[in-house]
Design a protein around this ligand. Structure first.
Ligand SMILES: [Zn+2]
Length: 456
């Protein structure tokens, strides 16, 4: 049997089984098919690998399926028409690649052919992929056909760049926007596909490939193919690292945290760990940039957080360029880490007025009790504060969470158990102060804090 790529083998044949995501599109298409409201021109836009061509083919089958005397919401995949389309030898469904047949000749030829009635079907369907690549002359010729389409013709135009399609064309099409698939949608599908091919894949391994595929199912299936041919038996995350030179999302998150904290040693240690895992640093930097981009568009970031992220984005983008020129791309990653950390450390200086208090001595019965400003921190407030800090910095959170809080003299007092002086010293460091103070301000309305350690 001829070898078939996974993404071809597992291309869904209808909307009802195996079709992943794009619910908004499927629902609308099925409704209009059921109501026999077929449009003469569709524009499918969206990133690569999100199902545009697959959907175009299902639609072509649905309008032509011979299981009914009118279009059906779900093609039967049994009749002559469905079978011919599935095998790619239908006379009535034409696929054209706008990237290779982009000239006036092809479109003129198409205009000649649309005049003829379909061979066995109700409609002649023209699927033009990457339609934005057509030349202006070809677009004009296409427009003439779209202006007065024969009743038996349906155009399905697909593009990754709708902005490059002339408005005159857009206005004649019913538009559908395909969205990138979510990581869990892709991972779930990979697990299924693997199992129908007799392979077991660990969830984390599937997540890892899904992350790398960035919303494109076709890419994800390509990666699965690569990994399954690399290893026999069950697929574990380490196989994915080895086969693809990729690094898991959790580790990348740790690296971002370390960089944001200006932690040179921590960043370099992670980079060395990635190197031992056999990471491809070109790819790693690209993944890092993608992850920073996602963080940047997540709206909840505070101004300070955004500035840090922008600095990181610049540095990583520069490192990607550097890495291409260097025999060892790892060096570009290391240099980037050192530079970023230094820059962030400088920005943190000068630190705000230190309010460091030495380890608490046994309380002297001091003169005036300062009851008025002493208060408790409620468990809810504390939880809120700890979570706010956790969002910004995992290490700061780690130091903070061991403390017992109370308020004294309008200051937050973090009391650590005996033997926790490392915690006390760390939480007072400028990089953690920078995280903790805004969170305190938000939750408790306080701007100063001190740390103490209980005497044993
Ligand atoms: Zn059929």
């Amino acid at each position: 049997m001829q070898y078939q790529a996974l993404y071809r083998k597992h291309r869904p044949l209808g909307f009802d089984s195996g079709y992943i995501g794009q619910k908004h599109i499927v629902q609308t298409l099925k409704n209009s098919l059921s109501a026999n409201r077929v449009s003469h021109a569709y524009l499918f836009s969206g990133p690569r690998g999100t199902g545009k061509t697959t959907t175009a083919k299902i639609l072509a089958k649905a309008v032509n399926c011979l299981s009914s005397d009118r279009p059906v919401a779900e093609p039967c995949n049994n009749c002559d028409s469905c079978e011919q389309i599935n095998q790619g030898n239908s006379l009535d469904v034409m696929e054209m690649d706008g990237a290779t047949n982009r000239g006036i000749e092809e479109v003129r030829d198409l205009r000649e052919r649309v005049k003829f009635s379909p061979a066995i079907s109700r409609f002649k369907v023209y699927i033009i992929d990457e339609v934005h690549m057509l030349t202006p002359e070809a677009f004009n010729a296409l427009l003439k056909t779209l202006e007065e389409p024969p009743g038996h013709v349906i155009f399905i135009l697909a593009t990754t760049e709708p902005r490059r399609v002339p408005a005159t064309i857009l206005s004649r099409c019913q538009r559908f926007e395909f969205r990138p698939l979510s990581q869990s949608q892709i991972a779930g599908h990979l697990v299924e596909v693997a199992s129908t091919n007799g392979r077991k894949i660990a969830n984390e391994a599937a997540e890892l490939m899904a992350f790398r595929a960035q919303g494109a199912m076709r890419d994800a299936l390509g990666l699965l193919e690569q990994v399954t041919s690399y290893v026999d038996g069950d697929i574990e995350p380490r196989h994915v690292w080895e086969a693809l030179g990729t690094v898991d999302q959790q580790s990348l998150t740790e690296l971002i945290e370390a960089l944001q904290e200006g932690n040179i040693a921590g960043s370099l240690e992670l980079i060395s760990r990635f190197s031992e895992m056999g990471a491809d640093f070109q790819q790693l930097l690209a993944d890092l940039l993608e992850m920073l981009r996602l963080r940047l568009i997540a709206t909840e970031q505070q101004k300070e957080g955004v500035e840090k992220l922008l600095l990181l984005v610049d540095a990583v983008a520069a490192a990607i360029q550097e890495a291409k020129r260097w025999p060892q791309p790892r060096l570009a990653a290391e240099l980037m880490a050192v530079q970023v950390c230094r820059q962030l450390q400088q920005r943190q200086a000068p630190p705000p007025q230190p309010t460091v208090v030495e380890e608490e001595k046994t309380k002297k019965p001091t003169s005036k009790p300062k009851k008025s400003t002493d208060a408790k921190v409620s468990p809810q407030q504390w939880e809120q504060l700890v979570q706010a800090v956790k969002k910004e910095s995992i290490t700061c959170y780690a130091w903070l969470k061991e403390a017992s809080p109370h308020i004294s003299q309008d200051k937050l007092v973090l009391q650590y158990p005996a033997g926790f002086s490392l915690h006390k010293d760390s939480i007072l460091k400028p990089e953690h102060r920078q995280v903790l103070v805004p969170a305190m301000k938000q939750v408790l309305g306080l701007t100063e804090y001190e740390a103490t350690v209980k005497e044993s």
